[in-house]
Design a protein around this ligand. Structure first.
Ligand code: GLU
Length: 213
């Protein structure tokens, strides 16, 4: 169980997310990635150190005001770039996840029958497609995430963004820690307070079953 960070800000969130992930390195991980919302979903991932992922983000001149990031400790699927988070559904929804989804096999089969294609071996990818499915039913991202997590068994802390709701990050937890950091004209989400302390000391710890926007 490794690291989640997310930010909605008036300034470039790429350095915020990278710094947050660097502060979570001590927890151990095997790969890292970030997604930034722009005209499309911009994703950078790499196996290995956060610094390697940061180099790639800089090389791509990645910038934006809303994004999520992750350091992964693989539980389902090997240590590969295509299994690194964030996982994306239909070029629209991106998800980072700490924990283990126990009913991922059943959800994968159901989502495949609904036409979703999988590009990783992770349990996490079912969350991305489930949120996409529920978002198509409700057209409200917060409600979609709440409806999606009702169908999950297991432990999770998640951060979710959508191209169709480009100014919010939705998060939810059950069995894994997650908190919100309140800044001035910017807010953060993280799995561990050390990731947000350089930006704010105002923190709300989510409780079991909570979701937040
Ligand atoms: N179970 C997920 C995976 O293997 C998340 C692991 C984690 O907590 O980093 O991708």
């Amino acid at each position: 169980m490794c690291g989640i960070v997310g930010a909605v800000s008036f300034r470039d969130v790429v350095p915020i997310l990278v710094e947050g992930l660097l502060r979570l390195e001590y927890r151990g991980y095997d790969s890292a990635g970030i997604v930034i919302l722009g005209e499309d979903i911009q994703r950078v991932r790499s196996v290995g150190r956060v610094a390697e992922m940061q180099t790639r983000a800089n090389a791509q001149d990645l910038h934006g005001l809303v994004g999520i990031g992750h350091t992964r400790w693989a539980t389902h699927g090997g240590v590969t770039e295509s299994n690194a988070h964030p996982l994306i559904s239909r070029d629209e929804i991106a998800v980072v996840h700490n924990g283990i989804i126990e009913n991922h096999d059943a959800q994968r089969a159901r989502l495949k029958s609904l036409g979703y294609e999988f590009e990783s071996q992770t349990d996490t990818e079912v969350i991305a497609h489930l949120v996409h499915y529920h978002y198509s039913q409700t057209s409200d991202l917060f409600t979609a995430v709440r409806n999606a997590v009702k169908e999950l068994a297991g432990a999770y802390a998640i951060g979710v963004v959508s191209l169709k709701a480009p100014d919010v990050v939705i998060c939810a937890r059950m069995g894994c820690p997650l908190l919100i950091g309140l800044g001035d004209n910017e807010n953060f989400v993280a799995s561990d307070v050390s990731a947000v302390l350089s930006a704010t000391r105002r923190v709300i710890y989510l409780e079991e079953g909570d979701a937040a926007e």
